[in-house]
Design a protein around this ligand. Structure first.
Ligand SMILES: NC(=O)c1ccc[n+]([C@@H]2O[C@H](COP(=O)([O-])OP(=O)(O)OC[C@H]3O[C@@H](n4cnc5c(N)ncnc54)[C@H](O)[C@@H]3O)[C@@H](O)[C@H]2O)c1
Length: 318
């Protein structure tokens, strides 16, 4: 039997590259499409000699066609605050035009479709923890709106393709995920703290650090995507770790895991920074039998080697 073929947009990114590995491990052929805006070829270097894997460098804001496919995983989009602030228009474009083009591929080939949405759809939530039924509290003209509204639009286009074109969709609402292959300087909490702790710099905490986040280790997150991909659920499902930490607690854990003597320095809180974020994962538990297995300290230890190497490479390149 010919193996099934999956298209992954954003396949050279952090999550997309781990998803390539998971699909190949499950026996799929994989084509990754990426314009390398925020992703890196290095994330896919280990697949160079795998004949079941193809990489296509392309901007999905233009129509594209990679031939017959059985599943579309739409992961292309700048994701870190640093990246989507630097590439605000590109973020809106990939969330809109890019999403249409990814969905058109699924429609054309009758392929299934899973899109990476985000907890940012909930904005600065007035409901806590956030269930999928919560509609969110988003400032449409705030600094983060280039990302939040792009992702809300992505969800709207996706459900419309099911309602109007009968495309077989799935929507993963991803909460903060961390692990190897993140960019060390991308402004997200874990790589930021790891880079600072390992580099002997102060750990920068915005505000008093009492704002909370939940952090999911990448292998748990990918397991959630794979289970969702194989399910028949068409409405959004939260995939994230429900254990809540203050930013200050996270900084202290990073200091413990790295053995760093760095200090904590407080900076002003940016505009629209959510106070609290924690997924209610009842739906994923019941529907997919999924829940995260790796706690924050264990995940930081699993990521340590990668961040040490990334920092060494950064130093050598200067
Ligand atoms: N990592 C997280 O914690 C998190 C949380 C919520 C949602 N997400 C979502 O998951 C997806 C992947 O995030 P990530 O953390 O891997 O980010 P990433 O920046 O590492 O990966 C995104 C990839 O998309 C590619 N890309 C961007 N615009 C493109 C375009 N026009 N054409 C082709 N490729 C393009 C980038 O080059 C990059 O390789 C994103 O859609 C993001 O919104 C991630």
């Amino acid at each position: 039997m010919t193996p099934l073929r999956a298209l992954i947009t954003g396949g050279a990114g952090f999550l997309g590259s781990h998803l390539c590995d998971a699909l190949l491990a499950e026996g799929w052929n994989v084509v990754a499409v990426d314009n390398l805006l925020t992703g890196r070829r290095a994330n896919l270097a280990h697949l160079r000699n795998d004949t079941r894997f193809e990489f296509v460098e392309k901007d999905i804001c233009q129509p594209f066609d990679v031939g017959k496919i059985d599943y579309v995983f739409h992961f292309a989009s700048p994701a870190s605050p640093e990246d989507y602030h630097a590439h605000g228009i590109e973020t809106l474009r990939v969330g809109s035009f890019g999403t249409f083009h990814a969905l058109e591929n699924a429609r054309k080939y009758g392929a299934k479709y899973l899109v990476s949405s985000t907890s940012e759809c909930y904005g600065d939530p007035l409901e806590h923890p956030q269930k999928e039924t919560y509609w969110g509290n988003v400032n449409p003209v705030g600094l983060r709106s280039v990302y939040d509204e792009a992702k809300r639009f992505t969800e709207a286009v996706t459900v419309a393709y099911r309602r109007y074109h009968d495309v077989d969709i799935r929507i993963a609402r991803i909460f903060n995920t961390y692990g190897p292959r993140m960019q060390i300087r991308d402004g997200r909490v874990v790589p930021n703290f790891m880079g600072q702790a390992l580099g002997g710099e102060d750990l920068t905490v915005y505000g008093d650090g009492s704002q909370t986040r939940s952090f999911c280790y990448v292998s748990d997150e990918i397991d959630g995507f794979m289970r969702l991909a194989h399910s028949d659920e068409h409405m959004p499902v939260n995939i994230g770790n429900p254990s809540e930490f203050t930013i200050l607690e996270c900084a202290q854990l990073v200091l413990k895991v790295t053995g760093s003597k760095s200090q904590i320095r407080h900076l002003p809180l940016p505009q629209d920074d959510p106070r609290q974020r924690r997924p209610d994962i009842t739906k994923a538990r019941q529907l997919l039998g999924w829940e995260p297995k790796i706690d924050l300290e264990a995940g930081l230890r699993l990521s340590l080697g990668f961040f040490q190497q990334a920092l060494a490479e950064e130093k050598n390149s200067k």
